[in-house]
Design a protein around this ligand. Sequence first.
Ligand SMILES: [Zn+2]
Length: 438
Amino acid sequence: MNYYLTVFKIAEIPLGYKILRSYQYYNKTQWYDRHSLINIQNENLQRLIQHCYETVPYYRNLFKANHLSPADISSIQDLSKLPILTKDIIKQNYNDLISRKINRIKYINNRTGGTAGEPLQYLVSRYDKELGNALLLRGWGFGSYRFGDKILLLSGSSLVGKTSRLKHFYKLLSNQVVCEVMLFDDNIIQKIIKLLEKKRPKFLRSYASYLYTLAKGLKSRGFNYDKFKGIFTTAEMMLPYQKKYIEDFFCCKVYEEYGAYDGSILANECKYGSIHISDERCYIEIVDDLGVPVKPGHAGHVVATSFYNLAMPFVRYKVGDIAAYSEEPCKCGRRLKILTKLYGRTSDVFRLEDGSLIPYISFVHLFSQIKGFEKYKFLQKSPNALLVKLEKSSEYTDADLELLQYILHRIFQDKINIYYEFGEITRSSSDKRSYYSK
Ligand SMILES: [Zn+2]
């Protein structure tokens, strides 16, 4: 056991945390075969469903209305007997979703950031949050991090949460260096340069946009840093050009992370590019607009069942994100379920009449090679009509339009009618997701 593990294990006792114990347990389960992982999920689910039925009025009523008993939901396959839980349903049934045993559960009031519309308020069990912390440490391990390795956390306030003395102590014990950034100006870049020179961190974690801005800022000042063994990116979609730039500048791999605190979801990329879900803490389904499971490789809504949030359990919760999954085993040896692609929020997709979803980000990068257009704007007018606005560049030829039409036809096939319109394009905040500028 390394120095940091020993110190942390002792310090955890008065803090009342169980992070390290869980971290060590999950370091073992990450190598379990698929069958054993599903067994863990089924056991966790049975316990959760019993708890929901006995103590959460919303589920009690739902079970009664559907003539179900807890025994009917004994495995993850049975979950489809229950309807999907949306943010609207949560808002309408807020009190009924809280366990009647809430007084016996340690919990935290939480809310989503609201990037996908109105923020959602909810309660989360402290134990579930601790498991999330343990799984985060394990997830960094997919990128060769070991507990106690020095890691620089570059964040706005949401990555580190409210800074309490206890949290500072925790960061210190785990060798985590926190730098809060609200505005990327010259001062902050100078501060980060000093931190890198003094602390020599081996890992870095931040948002995609921060990492990209930092790499560009350091490069323009002629400052190079090649001590990172890995960089973890979180909370935002990382665009391919950003990833390449950051990897080239820092000479190390960028590992993507997908987390949705409200769904108790955490997924981390391994060195083979698979984004492994922490199956032990939640069960994830990927479904189309009609709630039907999509095939591997197809984009769909992320639906999560959190096993440990007993304070306010979310069963089959539609998180508001779009992703695709794979059933192919990963070369790293882990059999944790794999997300192959993260497509961002539900507002970033085109919805077709047959229920299928086409994420904007899945094809927009193809346009970077077309020289004839300066800007693009995509507006889905109805389920079967897509308007593509184009602003020509000085190099435009008819071949550019033909190439664009060919790409869009390959993607949308004949499932939607595409109309083209030429002219100057301005960006407005309401349609920024369907806007693309080179
Ligand atoms: Zn892997």
